[in-house]
Design a protein around this ligand. Structure first.
Ligand code: 2AM
Length: 178
């Protein structure tokens, strides 16, 4: 199964994030992330054997227990590999960035012990679209969403289908509890 670890966002935030689509002029070649699929990825695990899942969950419980809930806010629009010629369009994290980095670091360390490769290029972002044809300039596009209380993260399975990925949360890890 294909797995990743992510922070879910409140319905209201997802609704506002979807509104960013309207700010972009050349929408032609963009595949948008469905509203219900919008999330903040903490770690992509990739293909994982089913018998490894309980060990992953155990480690993630320990990480969650060791992390207090925190607040993030969202700010502006960015792109990978860069803002003027983007292939991946995203909304950025402003407040709480350090906490997201710290949570990622803890998860990377925990998953490394299970043999997953450490990703050193982590950059907190919420992908809203992927550019299938050409490149898109998102420079200067403004967005703000205040005060999201992050009280948990999820282990999610991703099934790829021709009409897009289907994400199924397998387990929620409550911060401060595990
Ligand atoms: P994203 O956050 O930039 O969109 C589920 O597929 C999530 O895992 C997506 O949100 C995606 O990144 C991330 N992801 C998918 N494939 C990946 C890969 N090969 N390396 C890193 N992250 C990946």
């Amino acid at each position: 199964m294909r797995l990743f670890i992510a922070i879910d966002l409140p319905f209201e935030a997802k609704k506002e994030i979807v509104g960013v689509r309207e700010l972009i002029k050349n929408k032609g070649g963009i595949k948008w992330v469905e509203m219900e699929n919008i999330h903040l990825t903490l770690k992509f695990l990739g293909e994982v054997k089913e018998d490894k899942v309980s060990a992953i969950e155990k480690r993630l419980r320990a990480v969650a227990k060791d992390t207090e809930p925190f607040i993030i806010s969202l700010r502006d629009v960015g792109g990978f590999p860069n803002v003027r010629e983007s292939r991946v369009i995203w909304v950025g994290v402003e407040q709480g960035r350090e906490m997201v980095y710290e949570l990622n670091r803890k998860i990377e360390r925990a998953m490394e012990k299970l043999g997953f490769e450490r990703d050193s290029r982590f950059h907190p972002h919420i992908t809203i679209g992927r550019v299938k044809r050409g490149r898109v300039n998102v420079q200067g596009l403004k967005f703000h969403y205040p005060s999201i209380f992050v009280k948990s993260f999820f282990l999610i399975s991703s099934r790829l289908t021709p009409s897009g990925p289907i994400y199924t949360p397998l387990r929620e890890f409550k911060l401060g509890e595990g």
